[in-house]
Design a protein around this ligand. Structure first.
Ligand SMILES: [Zn+2]
Length: 168
């Protein structure tokens, strides 16, 4: 496993629509291991492959106190309701903002074993992270959801190991 540097704006890989993974194989599982390690090293709760420079549709999520998991070729299949959330991004360090996300997010994708799964999240950090990370593989950043960049709040450098500090 390897800790890889997190790509930051204006790195163009963050703006690409990532490619679908054609087959879940050992190289994809290796990528997932590196992503999980890199996510934890950066104190994130999620990471998308483009954030380590790999333009593939793979995300990992590691909720505090829970086992991390990966989704390959994930899609949001349904969202309902709206709620304001505080959000940041490892690729846009030093800022946070209030973003409107959905209350319920249902996603589907493949596990590292190639099994199709569906994940439903409601009113929690997981719902927010699913939307945030799936945005990443479509080249979308949370700042794109803001009415203006003027609403960004500058934050102090995050303490190491502050798990809720950044969304991913
Ligand atoms: Zn992010």
């Amino acid at each position: 496993m390897a800790i890889l540097p997190i790509r930051r704006l204006p790195d163009p890989v963050l703006r690409e629509k990532a490619k679908r993974v054609p087959a879940v194989d050992a190289s994809i599982r290796r990528l997932i291991d590196d992503m999980i390690e890199s996510m934890y090293a950066a104190s994130g709760v999620g990471l998308a492959a483009p954030q380590i420079g790999v333009s593939l549709r793979v995300i990992v999520i590691g909720m505090p106190e829970e086992e991390p998991f990966a989704l390959i070729n994930p899609e949001i299949v349904k969202v309902t309701g709206e709620r304001p959330v505080d959000e940041g991004c490892l690729s846009v360090p030093g800022y946070r903002a209030e973003v409107t996300r959905h209350r319920v997010a249902i996603a589907r994708g493949l596990t590292p074993e190639g099994k199709e799964v569906r994940i439903k999240a409601r009113d929690d950090l997981l719902a927010q992270a699913l939307e945030h990370e799936i945005d990443h593989i479509n080249g979308i950043l949370y700042i794109d959801h803001l009415p203006s960049l003027d609403v960004l709040v500058k934050v102090e450098r995050a303490e190491p190991r502050a798990p809720r500090e950044r969304t991913g």
